[in-house]
Design a protein around this ligand. Structure first.
Ligand code: 2AM
Ligand code: CA
Ligand code: CA
Ligand code: CA
Length: 280
């Protein structure tokens, strides 16, 4: 599958351009967004910056690839099953852009400098390009299927620790207060005694990028959506890591409960979550 459309920029170049443009704009809005509203619950936030970033990315994608389909978080009705419904609608599309315009909106709103733009391109359901951009640190994580993953133009490799006891791992707490959060609490209880330490930065996409970069040994989270994970999953795989659901099935766009690791601690991590009844 060629990564080039005739007479046009490469898919990857467009994804990078979108992420960079949106990310730079988001950064200028830090601390001065004007409209904050609740989506599904008091934990589920959206600002005009989420919507503006998504519009900017969608317009730029469609300028280059008018026939491609587009799935963005803010284009979907809020609620726990949003991603599944949306994916069902676009399952037959040949090229599908899957975009989280601001991953880490809660951080953005509170001025906690850890959020990202996540852009993936799937071809017939398989992710072929993944870009995660952190505008605060100006870090651009890029993966192309079969060609590796890069940060600052340098090839990324996952970390080499072989045991949970030597591992720094991350998790997160999505908005759904009734199911995902209690389930993740169980996982946290199980994991804290087993690992070197735990982090919870608040951007699933950036956590996945950090697993790819070897800064984290693993990451798990219950109740995510395709736009949180699609780009990060390719980053991890192309850096030599492993991405599955919490039961060990290989990553696909429908996965909502994710385990992403350096591969070496993968089975141990899944085993602990399973033992604790925390696999979702
Ligand atoms: P967001 O900032 O794009 O909403 C934090 O644990 C992670 O959960 C973030 O990546 C956050 O993405 C995501 N998240 C927040 N609310 C969510 C929801 N209602 N459903 C799924 N994921 C959510
Ligand atoms: Ca959100
Ligand atoms: Ca998100
Ligand atoms: Ca988002």
């Amino acid at each position: 599958q060629s990564n080039f459309a005739v007479g046009s920029k490469s898919f990857t170049a467009v994804a990078i351009n979108c992420a960079a443009k949106a990310g730079e704009w988001i950064k200028t809005k830090l601390g001065n967004y004007t409209s904050l509203s609740l989506k599904y619950s008091a934990q589920d936030l959206v600002t005009e910056v989420d919507k503006g970033s998504e519009t900017m990315i969608r317009n730029l994608v469609h300028t280059h690839f008018p026939n491609h389909s587009f799935l963005g978080e803010e284009g979907v009705e809020p609620g726990p099953e949003a991603s599944e419904k949306a994916l069902h609608r676009v399952r037959d599309e040949e090229y599908l852009w899957i975009v989280d315009p601001v991953d880490g909106t809660t951080n953005f709103v509170h001025g906690f400098p850890f959020f990202s733009v996540s852009i993936a391109l799937a071809h017939k359901g398989e992710v072929i390009v993944g870009v995660v951009y952190d505008p605060i640190r100006d870090e651009l994580f890029v993966a192309e299927k079969g060609k590796g993953a890069y940060v600052h133009g340098r090839r990324m490799e996952v970390a080499q620790e072989k045991a949970l006891s030597d591992s720094l791992v991350a998790t997160g707490f999505p908005a759904d207060p009734h199911y995902a959060r209690p389930m993740n609490m169980k996982g946290l209880n199980a994991m804290v005694p087993k690992v070197r330490n735990i982090r919870s930065g608040g951007s699933a996409a950036l956590h996945m990028a950090y697993v790819a970069a070897g800064r984290l040994n693993g990451f798990w989270e219950i109740g995510l959506n395709a736009w949180d994970l699609a780009a990060g999953a390719l980053l991890v795989k192309e850096s030599g890591g492993t991405v599955t659901d919490t039961k060990g099935a290989p990553y696909d766009l429908g996965v909502r409960n994710v385990v992403a690791t350096n591969g070496l601690i993968h089975d141990e991590m899944i085993g602990e979550l399973d033992k604790a009844g925390a696999a979702g």
